[in-house]
Design a protein around this ligand. Structure first.
Ligand code: HEC
Ligand code: HEC
Length: 211
């Protein structure tokens, strides 16, 4: 009788495990399909240091960025919560499944792991950011929803552009609008952007043969 109930609980555990495996496999998207679906995106995101015109700044690096964040960002461009017209058009052409597949391809099988090493010294303006982005922009060990992006090694001029857009409310993200407004001046924005851009990073341009 005893054995029987242990047997049943094991069975229940296996069934639950099986269900969560198939769910996460689905949520992860199909990286091979994602690479194919990324073909229009290579025109900008696949070229090292490719620049946006008016205003002039480098397009963000996407290789190894967190999948959950890529999906959230694409949904925000699609919904108009981020102001970029080309990215609005690009994201609007994607289904939820396309976004998941592209995000799986960009992130790769292993998400970037948080670590403690810091290049230089964290400026006082960036202390508050460490709670979610980590002291070095590689994130924190506790799981956070929504998933904060990797900032480490991202282009400095893109980070400035993103922070200014949160700060003046053109990017409508409730968490980051408040955080960016805690940066008192353009000089503070520049300091935190330069700091996170200078950190060691796995972020890279998603060229066709990037790993
Ligand atoms: C014409 C150039 C161009 C093309 C084509 C393009 N992008 Fe972008 N993308 C940009 C620029 C510029 C930004 C930054 C916009 C901003 O300031 O918010 C961006 C931002 C993004 C971001 C946000 C990254 C972050 O760190 O927040 C994602 C994700 C993204 N693009 C994915 C894609 C995907 C997927 C495609 C193809 C379906 C694509 N892009 C096609 C120029 C482009
Ligand atoms: C409470 C958690 C939290 C804190 C604290 C926080 N962030 Fe964020 N950050 C996020 C989340 C979540 C996002 C994604 C927002 C979105 O979807 O647009 C984000 C996005 C960003 C982006 C956009 C990156 C990209 O690729 O477009 C930048 C830049 C950024 N944060 C910088 C900062 C800085 C600088 C600070 C400190 C002044 C800070 N963050 C504090 C959670 C946080």
């Amino acid at each position: 009788m005893h054995l029987g109930s242990i047997g049943r609980s094991w069975l229940a555990a296996i069934v639950v495990l099986g269900a969560s495996f198939s769910l996460s496999a689905h949520a992860a998207g199909d990286a091979q399909l994602g690479q194919k679906k990324f073909y229009t995106c290579y025109g900008c995101h696949g070229i090292e240091n490719y620049r946006n015109a008016y205003p002039d700044y480098r397009v963000p690096m996407l290789r190894h960025q967190h999948a959950a964040y890529i999906i959230a960002a694409l949904q925000e461009y699609k919904a108009g919560d981020r102001p970029h017209p080309t990215m609005h058009a690009q994201a609007s052409s994607l289904s939820d499944q396309d976004m998941q597949d592209i995000a799986a391809y960009l992130q790769g099988p292993e998400p970037v792991k948080p670590s403690t090493g810091v290049v230089g010294q964290i400026p006082p303006q960036a202390q508050v950011c460490a709670a979610c982005h980590g002291a070095n922009g590689l994130g924190v060990a506790v799981p956070l929803t929504p998933k904060p992006p990797v900032l480490a090694g991202q282009h400095e001029d893109y980070l400035v552009q993103a922070l200014e857009a949160y700060r003046n409310g053109r990017r409508k993200n409730p968490i980051m609008m408040g955080m960016a407004q805690s940066l008192a001046s353009d000089a503070d924005v520049k300091i935190v952007a330069a700091y996170f851009a200078s950190q060691r990073s796995p972020l890279a341009t998603a060229t066709i043969d990037s790993k």
